[in-house]
Design a protein around this ligand. Structure first.
Ligand code: C3B
Length: 756
């Protein structure tokens, strides 16, 4: 049996003097990789392949040590070198293979699949320069390449490769694996990442690169700028590269296991994560027919194998590609898509459900719904909106296909890993059962009235706030006061998530303070958000937040009471610092627009209280935590959908309100214009008064008063602690172990113990 200590010692044998953090991390990575290499993948008759353009894995050393049961041993080893894992892990680069919720969900799912002992691997792409590294030093978002692949990384070169025919060239897709160990169960599954053979060097500046250099740049960046045709075509190239290589790998595995291709659905389940991997459907059909299976049989086999998850009702995120793009990228699948469209038209005469529309556009989600076995939304409300509104005609055609799978997060990373003091408090109060079954957190309900526990919780939270303060000081040079309320909004920057409404609150609070209304306690508003590089209004909002941050910091009347902190380059590692320290969880999307949200779940499990709208999974969170333990405001999703349907929302009906108008006007005030970019600020201002597509002004007054009520309640510290404890106690439902067990029960049927 190999031993962590022995391998680390071997790796450090040639180091002279004290090893650096970098050397310790590398030695531990080698050791963990070797130990994981000796574990077996989960086995069964049927195996899941989870296809996703994103896997936002985060750092893996701590997570893997936890799952291997070696965390204490590693800490003891590091103590021998006078350090701790928390200190050295800052030297571990974070793979930047995702944008936000969808990518992080895929990572949580892989952890749960392995931990439940299910045969299931991830399939994705190995972007060398990731999404981008965000630089806020000039008060705006600037993007840089984020090369994360160091000489020691978690990538294992498998030596496998598949040829993909793309844009008339043949490109070799090499397979790199990232090991995915289960939680103390001896299982190790894999995430397969495809990569071009000879990747190009990173750009010297920014994130521009030669979009024509396919062989070099296909796996450079996640979601290359899609504001022009070349960028969009490159995105389609990435997608086809991923699914073609993935489909070939699946068929090769099937045949290597001695099965006939006609047995595909008996041995394989495919999950299509959003529409990015949708071309796996025609590609598998193509590969099967190429191998002698007739078209009708191939369609049937693929349909019984594939399932589709929808993650959004925003039209912009439901991909549609012009036929001409597909003709350019992969003409070999175009006739197949044509035939699938014909088959779909045999099933329905509703032209709105066609795959290939009259404008020669291919609707990827339509192809998924017609040719997948199951289609799921990611929270109860979201699935209901799909069924009754966005995909109503599809639901009427195929009611049996639709199912809900409310998202979840892995408590191993998001509680055990990132918040040890809280985990310890839970162990001491209710025992350790919650570590393998998050539902056991429910036992905490019996203790929420105990003053001693409430005080201990407040102590743990304060300690985590001190730690966040130290991290912000070390990484960004910002001072924050741990006695302040930490009010946290962490998610991609998007207008539907309404960071701009939160900014209006900040303006309101600033004006209150300037008018002499001093808050009982300082408020630190913490934002973590990246904006898509081509999304102008999102970048404008970041600029506004940076300006407000500076304005408050430089005003001695305001600074002691109100602060905005924009966490630069928000990513998984940053989240692990911010989430345990949060008091308030901002979940303020326009009702009906956030499919689920997952930071809401992580924050809940770490004892933050939700301030939010009845949207996405917030609905289920409040249902469990109790309305008295959350702060809910804003219009309902029914009202909002009705406002859209009737076209009756007009921002001018709201900003003329004497309480709202000064807030909106402040966006173009001399205070901000003196240091800000006038073009950017006036775009934001005009958007508020003339468009406000996501109705920030509809809810802003209710938001302000609800937030004030929340802040007032915060002053009763023990009553607040009770609310936080109730949230933790009722968070078990949001474990991704529960979500994955449901996917398996209703969709995949890969659990060898349950049989098919
Ligand atoms: C996100 C949604 O916006 C979130 O509500 C949801 O919690 C997660 O997916 C996970 O289901 N999402 C995303 O991050 N990227 C997309 N392209 C679409 C949805």
């Amino acid at each position: 049996m190999k031993d962590l200590n022995v391998i680390v010692e071997r790796e450090l044998a040639n180091v002279e003097g004290e090893p650096t953090a970098q050397q310790l991390i590398e030695a531990l990575m080698v050791a963990v990789r070797e130990l994981q290499g000796d574990l077996e993948p989960a086995k069964g008759e049927r195996k899941l392949y989870y296809f996703s353009a994103e896997f936002l894995m985060g750092r893996l050393l701590r997570a893997n040590l936890i799952n291997l049961g070696l965390l204490d041993e590693a800490e003891a080893l590091l103590a021998g070198y006078g350090t701790t894992l928390a200190e050295v892990e800052e030297a571990e680069p974070e793979p930047s293979l995702g944008n936000g919720g969808l990518g992080r969900l895929a990572a949580c799912f892989l952890d749960s699949i392995a931990s439940l002992g299910l045969p299931g691997d991830g399939v994705g792409l190995n972007y060398h320069y990731g999404l981008f590294r965000q630089d806020l030093s000039h008060g705006i978002q600037e993007e840089h390449a984020d090369p994360w692949i160091a000489p020691q990384s978690w990538l294992v070169d498998t030596g496998r490769a598949f040829w993909v025919q793309l844009r008339g060239q043949h490109l070799l897709a090499k397979v790199y694996d990232v090991q995915i160990p289960g939680y103390q169960n001896g299982v190790c599954n894999q995430l397969h990442l495809f990569d071009v053979e000879n990747p190009a060097e990173p750009p010297a500046e920014g994130i521009d690169f030669d979009k024509q250099d396919l062989a070099g740049n296909l796996t450079s960046f996640l979601y290359p700028d899609d504001s022009d045709d070349a960028g969009r075509i490159l995105r389609v190239c990435q997608q086809y590269f991923m699914v073609s290589a993935g489909a070939q790998m699946i068929l090769a595995d099937l045949e290597a296991a001695g099965h006939a291709l006609t047995e595909l659905p008996e041995h394989v389940a495919i999950q299509i994560n959003d529409t990015h991997p949708s071309m796996v459907i025609p590609e598998l059909i193509r590969l099967l027919t190429e191998r002698g299976i007739d078209f009708g049989t191939a369609v049937d086999l693929v349909q019984r194998t594939c399932n589709y998850t929808n993650h959004t009702i925003l039209a912009e995120a439901l991909e549609k590609w012009p036929v001409s793009y597909l003709e350019t990228v992969a003409p070999q699948i175009v006739p197949i898509i044509k035939k699938l469209d014909e088959l779909a038209r045999e099933r329905t005469d509703n032209p709105g459900l066609s795959i290939w529309d009259a404008n020669d556009t291919i609707h990827m989600a339509h192809m998924d719904v017609h040719f997948a076995s199951k289609v799921n939304g990611v929270a109860e409300l979201h699935t209901e909106i799909l069924e009754t509104s966005t995909m109503k005609d599809f639901y009427d055609l195929y009611p049996e296909k639709f199912t809900n799978k409310t998202n979840g997060v892995t408590f191993r990373r998001w509680l055990m890993g990132c918040n040890e003091p809280l985990a310890q408090m839970l162990d001491d109060t209710i025992g350790c059962a919650w570590r393998t079954d998050a539902n056991a957190l429910e036992d905490l309900v019996q203790h929420v009235d105990e003053e001693e526990l409430q005080n201990r919780f407040l102590g743990v939270k304060y300690h985590r706030k001190e730690e966040l303060a130290k991290w912000l000081k070390d990484t960004q040079g910002v001072d924050v006061n741990p006695d302040a309320v930490f009010d946290v909004q962490i998610k991609r920057l998007h207008q539907y998530k309404r960071q701009q409404m939160n900014a209006l609150y900040a303006i309101w609070k600033y004006r209150q303070i300037k008018a002499g209304v001093k808050p009982a306690r300082p408020l630190v508003m913490i934002f973590g958000a990246k904006a898509a590089p081509a999304y102008t209004l999102a970048k404008d909002t970041i600029h506004l937040l940076c300006l407000l941050s500076e304005l408050f910091a430089n005003d001695p009347e305001v600074a002691p009471y109100l602060q905005i902190v924009a966490v630069e380059n928000y990513n998984v590692s940053a989240a692990e610092h911010v989430i345990p320290a949060a008091d308030i969880s901002e979940q303020i999307s326009l009702a009906s627009k956030e499919a689920s949200g997952t930071s809401n779940m992580k924050l809940m499990a770490n004892g933050a209280v939700t301030l939010g709208t009845m949207d996405g999974a917030n609905v289920e969170i409040v249902e469990r935590a109790g309305e008295e333990n959350a702060y809910i405001f804003g219009r309902s999703s029914e009202d909002v959908i009705d406002l859209y349907d009737t076209g009756s929302y007009h921002p001018w009906d709201y900003w003329r309100d004497p309480e709202v108008e000064p807030l909106v006007d402040f966006v173009v005030s001399p205070e901000l214009l003196s240091t800000g970019d006038p073009a950017s600020l006036s775009r934001l201002y005009k958007d508020f008064i003339a468009a406000d597509y996501f109705m920030a002004l509809l809810d802003v007054k209710d938001y302000i008063s609800t937030k004030e009520r929340c802040l007032a309640d915060y002053e009763n510290r023990n009553a607040w602690a009770r609310k936080a404890l109730m949230n933790i106690a009722r968070s078990g439902h949001f474990s991704s172990d529960r979500t994955i067990a449901e996917y398996d029960r209703d969709i995949w049927h890969v659990n060898p113990e349950l049989g098919q």
